[in-house]
Design a protein around this ligand. Structure first.
Ligand SMILES: Nc1ncnc2c1ncn2[C@@H]1O[C@H](COP(=O)(O)OP(=O)(O)OP(=O)(O)O)[C@@H](O)[C@H]1O
Length: 329
């Protein structure tokens, strides 16, 4: 995802207290070799989240950093951890968990790139290869930072192929995904927590906040510093948002039909506040010859899966739903 400085500068944050904002990388007191790595990677100035979160991570506090995609979160924790680790020691000091192999590999690459002048030993542990291969590489090169998926990392720890006693920082990247029921990593992550030193610093990074993140925070973080983008700033990249002010509830239906008539809409989702409204709107649109499907939280999972599947494959084009999206697979 590309970085847009103009958009980034418009972001407003809600932080747990008045946090220091460092407008340059120099003012963060970073190691010279790290600073060189940052500049040769092409970064000139920190993004909004970087200017708030990096120094907090370096200070050793637990941190929750939330901002939308493309705002530079990966570089935030990477710079933080590269500053924090002791390069003279060859043991594992930082562990980054992310939900997919691709992401874990990409992060491993960012650590290597930003740490280019520091000779950091970073390793992506993502499954797909044999445990033996992973082990061989770690034994040969040593390993100070691991970026991995929870299953493989836990497996290596359980088999005592990974020593965690000196891990000083755990990072949960894309924590919303990582902890979602759908991916089923939660228990593995909880198990990993139990294998780490009690005083291990925890950094939670996510595009959105949800109850699973709050639960982890309550269980494993110690008085975390929170750096959260303000709610109304959260938008999805590539999606333009418009508001039509409809004075009367009764006029909404005609307005919806007008929008549909004047735009070319291949597929759309219409959200309603209540199940009753979903049913009412489905009926009205069906009467007006729109082919619609609908779903809400009271429907059985199999029914919802079918509706979603038909929508995903393009068999249905208008989906009317209550806000049960978060529980979809
Ligand atoms: N300070 C910076 N200056 C210029 N580019 C930056 C800066 N920080 C990050 N970027 C670039 O912005 C892009 C997005 O950064 P990054 O992947 O860290 O964001 P993210 O918030 O983790 O996004 P995602 O959630 O999509 O992974 C990357 O191409 C990265 O190299």
């Amino acid at each position: 995802m590309s970085f847009n400085r103009e958009e980034d500068q418009r972001l407003k944050f809600k932080t747990s207290k008045k946090l220091k904002v460092s407008s340059t990388f120099e003012s963060m007191n970073l190691k010279d070799d790290l600073l060189r790595g940052i500049y040769s990677y092409g970064f000139e100035a920190p993004s909004s989240i970087q200017s708030r979160a990096i120094t907090q991570i370096i200070s050793g506090k637990d941190v929750i950093a939330q901002a939308q995609s493309g705002t530079g979160k990966t570089a935030t924790f990477t710079i933080g951890l590269l500053q924090a680790i002791d390069l003279k020691r060859m043991d594992l000091q930082a562990l980054i968990l992310s939900p997919t192999r691709e992401l874990a590999s990409q992060i491993g690459q960012v650590v290597t790139n930003l740490g280019d002048y520091m000779n950091v030993n970073a390793f992506a542990m993502t499954g797909g290869k044999t445990l033996k291969d992973d082990l061989k590489k770690i034994q040969k090169n040593g390993c100070q930072v691991i970026s991995g998926t929870p299953g493989r990392v836990l497996d290596m720890i359980k088999r005592q192929m990974l020593q965690t006693r000196n891990v000083r920082m755990l990072i949960l990247d894309e924590a919303d995904e990582l902890l979602s029921e759908t991916l089923g990593f939660k228990q593995q992550i909880y198990d990993i927590f139990t294998k780490l030193p009690k005083n291990c610093q925890v950094v939670v990074v996510s595009a959105t906040m949800n109850k699973d993140i709050l639960e982890v925070t309550r269980k494993f973080l110690n008085d975390p510093v929170k750096i959260l983008v303000k709610r109304d700033e959260i938008s999805l990249e590539g999606i333009k948002q418009y508001i039509v002010n409809v004075d009367k509830e009764d006029w909404k239906f005609d307005t919806l039909c007008d929008i549909y008539d004047s735009l070319t809409i291949t597929q759309c989702v219409i959200f309603c506040n209540t199940k009753k409204k979903v049913d009412w709107l489905s009926q009205r649109l069906t009467q007006s010859n729109f082919a619609v499907v609908s779903m809400h939280g009271d429907m059985k999972q199999e029914e919802r899966d079918k509706v979603m599947n038909d929508f995903r494959t393009g068999h249905s084009r208008v989906l009317i739903s209550t806000d049960c999206l978060g529980t979809w697979n």
